[in-house]
Structures are given as C-alpha cells and as structure tokens.
Ligand binder design. Structure first.
Ligand SMILES: *[C@@H]1O[C@H](CO)[C@@H](O)[C@H](O)[C@H]1NC(C)=O
Ligand SMILES: *[C@@H]1O[C@H](CO)[C@@H](O)[C@H](O)[C@H]1NC(C)=O
Ligand SMILES: *[C@@H]1O[C@H](CO)[C@@H](O)[C@H](O)[C@H]1NC(C)=O
Ligand SMILES: *[C@@H]1O[C@H](CO)[C@@H](O)[C@H](O)[C@H]1NC(C)=O
Length: 801
C-alpha cells in the first residue's frame, strides 16, 4: 500500500478583530490528491540523489543541504503551519497543526474517514491527572502516537500534535481547565514528562538517560503549550488575546514556568507554543528573554517554537504592539519563534526582508529548527513503509487494548467526593428499581470535552448502568430532567419527579458542558448552570427515603456544597469528562466492581471564590486587600475539597518509616550556583563543586501504606513538605514533593520510597525568583503522618553572617 499524503490547503478565512473577540475561522479544503513523500526512491529516482535524502549523513548535514537548495520565497512558505510543497525537490506540503490532547483529535492535519473513521478517546487530562499514575499517562501518550502514526500511514494525519496543554490552573473559572493536569506545578510537570515521552519515544519509567539534543528519531512530535502564564480566555472585560498577565518573578519561577521547564528538559519535547497573552507588557511570541535566553539557551530546548494560532497577527492588528505587520514578523523571528500558526509571516516576511528588519540567515536558523524535527519524524528517510512505525495501520487504531486503556483511565481517575454511611457501592444483584435522572444521564459527546476526536464508540452512563445490571430483576427508569446541561427551564421536571418517587435508588447526573466552559469561554459562577440545582432539590423532595447519589460531569469544579451538606445525598462522584468509556467506569464504581481511587488535581471552592478578580495573576495571598491567594499552596480560605482529596471504598493509612531528622543546608553560595540559576546570575562565581552541591543532595523517604478497609483498591501516596516559613512571606502552605500509586489488597501493606531532592524539592522561591532552603524545621507529610526534618545552617553561612 503506497502512502498518500494529501495536499492540505487550509485557508485562514477572515480574521475579525471587530468587537472584542478574535474569531478564527479555518476552512479546510482537503484535496485528496496523491502526492509522493519526500526522498521517494520509487516515484522519482532523481530525488533520491539529494544529500538531504542521504540517511548516512547526519541530520544537521541533511538539513543544511536542504535549506541551501531553497529560494528565499520557498523558505518563507516553510515558516507557517500550512507549509507549502517544494515539488521541484520532491518535498510535499505539510500541515503542522494536529491535536492529540486525549486521543487523536479533529484538527487541521487530521482527517477521520476511510479505514480510520475513529480513534480511542481518553478522559480529559483534568480527570486523568487525578490518577496520580505516571505509567498510565505514559501509556496514553503511547496509544495516541500509535494511532496517530497509523493514521499518518493512511494519509490522514500529520505527525506533529500540539499537545499537551500544561498551563497551571490558577483559577477554576478558566474554560480550558479541562485540558490541563490541574493546579500543581509538580503534578503538571510530571504529567508533561510522561505524556510527552509516550508521544515521542514510548515506554518511560523515569530511569532513562536523556539524549543530548533529544532522541534522534521520534514517533510523533509533542508540543507543550501555552508558554507562559496563559490561563484566562474570556472573562468579563478581558480576553486572552488582549490580556496582559502581570506576573511576579516569584510566581513565574515557582508556578507558571516549572511545567515548561520539565517538559523541555526531562520530557525533551520537540515543540513549545508561545501564547497569545502578554507577560508584563510583552507579547509572549516576541519574548526574547524567555523564548531564546531561557527556553533555548538555559533549558537546552531542541525543537521548534510555534505561535498560538494567529498570535502574530494579533501583535500588530489587535494590540498594536508592532506598528506594521513587518515589524510583528521581525519581532517574533528575532525573539525565537520558528513557526507561525497563521499566515502573517507568509504574507509579510518578504517586506520585512526588503526593509532590512530580518535577514535570510535568521530565516535559515528557524528552518533548521523546523526541518530538524521533520527529519526526526523520519519524513526524509524514504518510503515510510520500510521505516519504524511504517507497518502501523487501521488495525492498530481503536484496538481492544486501546479501548480498555480508555476505560482504565476513567476507572482509575474518577473521584469519590462524599460517601456518607457507606451509601456506595450499591449491590447489583439485589432486585430494585433505579432512577437515572439528570441532563448527563445519557451523555455521549459531552463525555469527551474539547479537543476531542471521533471516538471508537460511546458508553453513556445509562448504557453502562444497563449493561452492568443486565436487567435481572432490576429496572432502570431514565428521566433527563433538563434537555442539556444549560438547563434553561423545568419543563422536564415532572417526569424526573415521577421517576424519583417510584425508585428504590436514584442517581443524578449533573454538571457542565462546553456551553459553560470551553476555549474562549470562562465561567463567572462556580454553581451548577441554569435550573440544575432546582432539579436536584426537586428530586430530593420527591424521593421516598431511598439512597441518592450525585455524579458530576465537568472539567472545572462546581460549588455543590449544598449537596455535600444535604444528608439526603449519600454519595457524590466527580467523573470529569471521562471519555468514550466513561459511562462504563461510572457504573462499575457505583456498583462496586471498581473501587474509586482518583484524587482531585484541582481544589473545589465555594461560590464566594468568584469575588476574587480573575485577572489577578498573583498566586500569593494579600489579605489586607481581601485577596485569598490561589491553589492549595497559597489559598488562605477553606475550599470545599482540597487538591489531592479523594475517598475510597476502603481506608488507607500511612506511616513515615524512614526519613532523616537533621540535614545541613549547602551554603547559600552553593545554592545560588544551582545549575539554571547560575546561568542567569552571571555575577556569581561558581566552581563545579559549588554547582554540584545542591544537585547531588538527595534523601530517602519511606512511607508504609496499608489498606485497612474491606475492599481491594488502589491509592496514590502524596508526599508533601511544609517549610518552617509556610504561609508567611509568600512561602507555600505546603507543596507536593512526589506521588506514587499503589494497588493493595484488603488488609495488605506496601512501602513506597521517595527520592527527595534537598534543594529542589524542599526549597522555596523567594521574591527575587531564586529558590533557596529555609532554615528550621520542615515537615514531611503523607496522609495524616507528619515527620519533622531540621535543616541547619551550613558552617560557612554562620561565618558570613
Ligand atoms: C504544490 O503546490 C502547488 C500550489 O502551491 C500546487 O499547484 C501543486 O499541485 C502542488 N504540487 C503537488 C505535487 O502537490
Ligand atoms: C447483594 O444482594 C443479594 C440479593 O439480595 C444478596 O444475596 C447478597 O448478600 C448481597 N451482597 C452484599 C455484599 O450485600
Ligand atoms: C442516548 O443517547 C444516544 C446518542 O445520543 C441516543 O441514540 C439514545 O437514543 C439515547 N437514549 C435514550 C434512552 O434517550
Ligand atoms: C468562602 O466562604 C467559606 C466559608 O463558607 C470560607 O471558608 C472561604 O474562605 C471563603 N472564600 C473566599 C474566597 O472568600
């Protein structure tokens, strides 16, 4: 079977900057026109003769050769997401823009159809993050890249996916919360590394040595986005395109940037996306200091930097930061952006060259970054069929194994929030009448969230419950109560009331949909939309003393404190947007086939949280101004449920059985010489010993976790630390050091071992953006177990002070 790569001719149709929002309209014209792949030995032997096709040369030599053969006009056509063909050199057109956030997704480079009409659809990352399971994230990445490769081999996908989204959720009103791994930098960083490794390389357990410059060949190219401090889409008068995020050095260093640093350094991502927003006045795609000095030079990034779509156009047309489009082009290319998602560089680079704002060698530098990644994807290595992954095809998409992994991801991640008097699990062999009520009772498309693909199949909650009960002596009545999550009116309430009054048990499926939270749509309230609360209370009034369970489908948290406080609601489950198999996982948890073990990757707040100004990027509280701070690390109020919270049908206990009691801090000088910092603080003179002093200091924490409950189950041990200064001077209340998921039979126990980096993990970032260790008694926390570690001043610091 010959590989076909279609000529994709996406056109950005009109970009309207009219009122307040940027509307990007992408019209895809998929011209199914068989085209040879690059360096085609069968079709045209002449093409094979180019040195850039010679696999015995290094990639660098091949890229240099390729660039040297392009005219300036051709070069410019390679700097945009819909790169043109160079047919005289046998180079096909390439559409860079693909998405694979939780499965191969509908996007410009992806064309579901033919033998690959669907792909496995995993839960949204905000749910999957709550598994706190690195192996699961890595496996999901591997499935997405396998299915992506298989689709590429069918000419139905590119090989570059602009996933994952690793922005920290500072504020749960953000419409894109669902796409992310949540609010914690350590969790998000770890998620990024394991997912990116799964996409690009394959199996990863944290022990592989990193290749300088990244692996030579990658399966698909991942992209960490949106760099940086990007977590507001559209809220009251603000929109993401115009928004100027005012961020302190301290917050940048310990909240907004860590996931990107991990993604680049450990994950070795081959791409990074600069975001729409400005950072302290500077549009991110023009941010030389961050894109070039920090990401490329200090973090050692080896890949291409892409703009968010039409971000270059915005710089001139919308925020008027650049006086002309040519200036916008020169600002971004000088800052370090390589690829323009959009067309501004395509249309205005020539004028920028003519005006002397950019020069050809600058373009060549960007082309090196771009073609290197295409080389690493094997696009110039000849017939893809003969290459690694060349044999992947339709039978590798939506396999039973892949679909089971989608199910497992939901099973492992769904969070049990309330279970009074052990209401759950229910006994599935008992005879009873069950009422399934609520707008998400038969959710299908709504289970996918955004950046979705076309799933292999759907199991809605209703289907999942019916399949599990098998209809032997039980009956299931379904009454949606509201037409959809928006729940505008109570017209469907009467049938819900009837169902509830006749039932022996009631499960209510409520929550949010893309109509409340999505890209371009932040929330203004944390409460359930429309008349959903009224539906719940109407149903509660109608039930005749039977058990009632609430299941919430949403990305961001909702204030369901009224249901938490109402004793008629026995149980509450949060199922995120659980993907194609979500309904089955929910049913299995309700009826005890699966013991829930997910833990929140995001704190859930009361409605009064919305008194905080969403445009305030400050993580740290400012109580004198009535500002409570953000996330479990800084929030001074009481959330409904905090980051890490999640119940089980079992009970897990923790004991810290090994940890040091006293440690001596490296000298302040040595701490300042810690790798990355020493590059930016040029005035500090550091010897190799100084630099290594902090890097090399690790200690071991052993935690014994025991399943004390009646059911087998899995559970993640979350290890936190608390500085002696916790809660004052901008020091976090506590911070996550690490986590490990264990599966334990009822009554059994296991020890998990954490390697804690002394300076990196225990240190806290100060107002100047520099991380140092606080002297005094730190506390290590696992569950209810606490262990003090005294950190003493280094001898030479005594002398200095
Ligand atoms: C290359 O692109 C041009 C338009 O830019 C198009 O006319 C031509 O058919 C393309 N060639 C191939 C082989 O796809
Ligand atoms: C479930 O119900 C069946 C039928 O009523 C009963 O035999 C069984 O003991 C119950 N199981 C549990 C765990 O209560
Ligand atoms: C559930 O949703 C599916 C897909 O939208 C639909 O085909 C089916 O009829 C629905 N079932 C009920 C009972 O409404
Ligand atoms: C909201 O109210 C709760 C108590 O009902 C309180 O604990 C919390 O701190 C408040 N949150 C904010 C942001 O004021």
């Amino acid at each position: 079977m010959a590989v076909k790569s279609r000529a994709l001719l996406p056109e950005m149709c009109a970009v309207f900057f009219g009122v307040r929002f940027l509307v990007i309209c992408v019209v895809l014209l998929c011209v199914s026109q068989p085209q040879q792949y690059a360096c085609d030995p069968k079709g045209n032997p002449v093409l094979r003769g180019f040195p850039f096709c010679d696999t015995s040369l290094t990639d660098a030599e091949r890229v240099e050769d390729l660039i040297s053969r392009l005219t300036v006009q051709e070069k410019i056509t390679q700097l945009v997401s819909t790169a043109f063909n160079v047919s005289r050199l046998g180079i096909p057109a390439y559409e860079w823009w693909g998405e694979g956030l939780h499965g191969v997704a509908i996007s410009p480079s992806v064309d579901f159809g033919g033998d690959v009409a669907a792909a496995t659809s995993f839960p949204q990352p905000i749910l999957t993050a709550g598994s706190f399971n690195t192996a699961l994230w890595n496996s999901i990445g591997q499935v997405v890249s396998t299915e992506g490769r298989a689709m590429y081999n069918q000419g139905r996908s590119g090989l570059s996916y602009w996933s994952p989204n690793i922005n920290i959720v500072r504020d749960p009103r953000w419409g894109r919360t669902q796409e992310t791994p949540g609010e914690d930098p350590k969790l998000t960083s770890t998620y990024a590394v394991y997912f990116v490794k799964g996409l690009q390389e394959g199996h990863y357990d944290g022990s592989q040595i990193h290749t300088a410059g990244g692996p030579k060949r990658i399966k698909v190219s991942a992209c960490c986005k949106h760099f940086t401090a990007h977590d507001l889409d559209s809220w009251k008068g603000y929109d993401r395109n115009y928004f100027d995020a005012k961020v302190s050095l301290q917050d940048l260093e310990d909240t907004y940037n860590p996931p990107f640093k991990s993604c680049v350094k450990e994950g070795q991502s081959s791409s990074l996306m600069c975001s729409y927003n400005r950072l302290n006045g500077i549009p991110m795609c023009t941010h030389y200091e961050l894109l070039t000095l920090t990401v490329r030079n200090i973090w050692g990034f080896n890949g291409y930097i892409v703009s968010d779509c039409d971000a270059v156009a915005l710089i001139h047309e919308y925020i008027h930061y650049a006086p002309t489009p040519e200036d916008a082009v020169s600002y971004v290319l000088l800052a370090g952006m390589d690829l323009n998602c959009g067309t501004t560089v395509l249309y205005h680079a020539q004028a920028a060259l003519d005006k002397g704002l950019i020069w050809e060698e600058l373009i060549n530098m960007h082309l090196r970054n771009l073609f290197s990644v295409r080389m690493r994807l094997g696009m110039f290595d000849g017939d893809p069929e003969t290459l690694p992954f060349g044999s992947l095809g339709p039978s590798d998409v939506c396999t039973t194994g892949h679909q089971n992994l989608a199910l497992e991801a939901a099973q492992q991640s769904i969070v049990l929030l309330k279970n009074d008097r052990s209401t759950l699990p229910w006994n599935k062999t008992k005879k009873f009448k069950l009422a399934v009520i609520g707008p998400h009772g038969n959710a299908t498309q709504e289970m996918l969230g955004n950046y979705e693909g076309i799933p292999c199949k759907f199991t809605s909650p209703l289907d999942g419950i019916k399949a599990l009960l098998g209809g032997n002596g039980q009956s299931v009545i379904y009454a949606p109560g509201c037409a959809d999550a928006t729940c505008r009116d109570g017209n469907l309430f009467p049938s819900a009331v009837t169902a509830a009054s006749e039932a022996d048990a009631v499960v209510l499926f409520v929550g949010l949909s893309q109509a409340q939270e999505s890209e371009g749509r932040d929330r203004e309230s944390l409460r359930l939309p429309g008349k959903q609360e009224e539906l719940i209370s109407t149903v509660l009034d109608a039930v005749k003393g039977c058990p009632v369970v609430l299941v919430i489908l949403s990305g961001g948290p909702v204030d369901v404190s009224f249901a938490n406080d109402d004793e008629r609601v026995g149980g509450i489950l949060w199922a995120g947007y659980p993907g194609q198999a979500g309904g089955q996982a929910i049913a299995e948890i309700i009826f005890g086939d699966v013991n829930p073990g997910g833990q929140l990757a995001l704190s859930w707040y009361h409605e009064n949280y919305t008194q905080m100004d969403m445009s305030n990027m400050q993580m740290r509280p400012d109580l004198s101004a009535g500002y409570q701070g953000r996330t479990y690390r800084f929030f001074m109020g009481s959330p409904i449920w905090e980051f890490g919270y999640g119940l089980s049908y079992s009970k897990f206990s923790h004991a810290i059985v090994e940890a040091p009691s006293t440690l001596t801090a490296p000298t302040l000088h040595q701490q300042l010489c810690h790798k990355d910092v020493s590059n930016s603080l040029k005035t500090v003179q550091c010897s190799k010993e100084d630099k290594d002093a902090c890097e090399d200091l690790y200690f071991k924490v052993r935690v014994r976790v025991k399943n004390e409950g009646p059911m087998d189950g899995s559970h993640s041990v979350l290890l936190f630390s608390k500085s002696p200064l916790a809660g004052s001077n901008g020091t976090p209340l506590k911070q996550l050091l690490g986590f490990q998921r264990v599966q334990l039979e009822s009554g059994s126990e296991e020890e998990v071992i954490f390697q804690v980096s002394f300076c990196i993990d225990l240190g806290t970032v100060k107002a100047d953006g520099v991380q140092t260790l606080d002297i005094g008694t730190h506390t290590i926390i696992a569950g209810t177990a606490h262990h003090p570690i005294i950190i003493e001043v280094a001898h030479s610091d005594h002398e200095q002070s």
